[in-house]
Design a protein around this ligand. Structure first.
Ligand code: NAD
Length: 495
């Protein structure tokens, strides 16, 4: 067995809710949790109903007011968060196996990227604890005008399953650094790794109750959390459909501000003047097959200059062929499973619908035949597509790439437009002016030039335009979004 590969049946799981600094098994209803790699049930979680949610929010509210987390010198808060990050790093073996066993994250990536990236994100947010106190404004000279930033109180964080720990760290890190208490609801599909990380937060010195995790489904636990009257702000990452429901519930239950990181249908535009077509092919292939396409910023729509279309596609297919489908606990795996049989069926239905609309399957187009357990989908390329076809419009959340050819820049940029999403875009060209014109034109929260995908530049905020979201994760802006501003005017004219 390779160094990182592991026996999935040897993983010790502890499910439940993490409230007031302790892991507790509460509430009667249980949710069965399956491993995407083989669909076997490997654990269960309780489902927090309104009373379980209330217990967590009440603990958080008490900790916010009484633990000193918000009122202590901010560098002390930062020190605890840095220590938490260190503990996450040093427990990489256990956390990466917990992450990989029940998610779509291959162990080779979980152990070398996810866990350390989550820890580094927490460190990054901690650095802002004493940097965002507010502002002094120009007033008459015998007055002092202050804009004081303060934490909201209890922040509800709701996270998706595709990068469980990283997404949770992006939701909770900025809220905690700003001095808030947090109640996190991870996805019911991937509940375990963050529970262990929560224990490490307390070990690092975070006061009990400052960071809580509740388990359960979206509509019951998530719904009760968003509507709880003591929640002051909601930060969510997930689908656009759920984001809309959350925004509505947040508005109806106290006009709570929301940060929403939602779906996408991101284009990648390749001009014929690229320096290295091999390198571009590799990037395009990675941008649609990483995590089996289950990435919000997946580069799902290839828009390529007609003169290089055929050559580029040949190279991309070669890259697809190098991928090795397999279980997430095998170090050799480079194409992980689709998260559930239901999601795999949805991917296939959307591909078939697009074929019925006139698309041609250049490669892929169905499940990986040699994988008898789990749901694995072949990296797929659809050509002869039009902008209004299903696969060009809908977020598929699988390894499915559509291809459209263009003859000039204006046509490329027009094809890149999407009627609702605006999460990310990639442009490949060696013409600087063209690159900058594209940046100005593209309706996307992030534009990558001659590269694609996340980097360790945490200072760059991430977040979408239009139906892809509201607000930013990462960057100083993510911490600012967890602070509210109090305007103060002091008259000191009287001697
Ligand atoms: P999802 O919307 O189904 O679920 C996300 C979370 O919301 C889960 O914890 C779920 O239990 C909860 N939830 C569901 N319904 C709810 C409700 N009514 N009230 C409260 N909570 C509810 O999304 P998913 O399938 O877990 O994740 C995939 C989606 O996430 C994709 O659309 C992807 O693009 C998006 N995503 C976006 C980003 C980003 O940064 N923009 C990052 C990762 C994933």
């Amino acid at each position: 067995m390779s160094v990182l590969s592991f026996d999935p049946n040897g993983i010790r799981l502890r499910g439940g809710h993490f409230i007031n600094g302790r892991l507790m098994d509460t509430d009667i209803a249980e949710i069965d949790v399956q491993r995407p790699s083989d669909h076997s049930s490997y654990g269960a979680i309780p489902e927090a109903g309104p009373s379980g949610v209330d217990r967590a929010v009440t603990a958080a509210k008490r900790a916010f007011h009484q633990s000193g987390w918000a009122t202590r010198p901010p560098r002390e808060r930062a020190r605890v968060m840095r220590r938490w990050a260190e503990l996450i790093d040093s427990n990489v073996g256990e956390l990466s196996r917990l992450e990989a066993v029940g998610s779509t994250r291959p162990i080779s990536e979980a152990a070398t990227w996810d866990i350390h990236f989550a820890a580094e994100g927490i460190r990054f947010f901690a650095e802002h604890a004493d940097k965002l106190g507010g502002d002094v404004v120009a007033t008459r000279s015998d007055n002092l005008g202050l804009i004081i930033s303060e934490p909201y109180g209890v922040v509800a964080a709701i996270a998706p399953w595709n990068f469980p720990l990283v997404m949770a760290s992006w939701k909770c890190g900025p809220a905690l650094a700003a001095g808030n208490a947090v109640v996190l609801k991870p996805s019911e599909l991937t509940p375990f790794s963050i529970l262990r990380a929560a224990e490490l937060a307390v070990e690092a010195g975070m006061p009990p109750g400052v960071f809580n995790v509740i388990s359960g489904s979206g509509h019951i636990t998530g719904g009760a959390l968003v509507r709880h009257p003591d929640i002051s702000k909601v930060t969510f990452t997930g689908s656009t459909q759920t984001g809309i429901a959350i925004m509505q519930a947040a508005a109806e239950s106290g006009l709570k501000p929301v940060t929403l990181e939602l779906g996408g249908k991101s284009p990648q535009i390749v001009f014929a003047d690229v320096r290295s077509i091999d390198r571009v092919a590799e990037t395009i292939a990675r941008a649609i097959t990483a995590n089996a396409g289950q990435v919000c910023v997946a580069g799902t729509r290839l828009i390529v200059e007609r003169s290089i279309e055929q050559h580029l596609l040949e190279l991309v297919i070669k890259k697809f062929d190098e991928l090795r489908p397999g279980a997430t606990w095998s170090q050799e795996t480079t194409l992980p499973p689709i998260v559930s049989a239901r999601q795999a069926a949805r991917i296939h239905r959307l591909v078939q619908e697009t074929v019925a609309e006139g698309a041609i399957v250049l490669t892929g187009g169905g499940p990986v035949a040699e994988m008898s357990r789990g749901s694995f989908y072949r990296p797929t390329i659809l050509t002869s597509v039009h902008t209004d076809m299903t696969a060009c419009r809908e977020e598929i959340f699988g390894p499915v790439l559509t291809v459209q050819a263009f003859d000039d820049e204006a046509e490329a940029l027009a094809l890149a437009e999407h009627p609702s999403y605006g999460l990310a875009a990639g442009v490949y060209t060696s013409d600087l002016n063209r690159a900058l014109r594209s940046v100005r034109t593209l309706e996307a929260g992030t534009v990558w030039i001659n590269r694609y995908g996340r980097s360790a530049d945490f200072m760059l905020p991430t977040g979408g335009f239009n139906s892809s979201g509201i607000g930013k994760d990462l960057g100083r802006q993510a911490v600012e979004a967890n602070l509210r501003l109090k305007t103060t005017l002091i008259d000191f004219a009287e001697a």
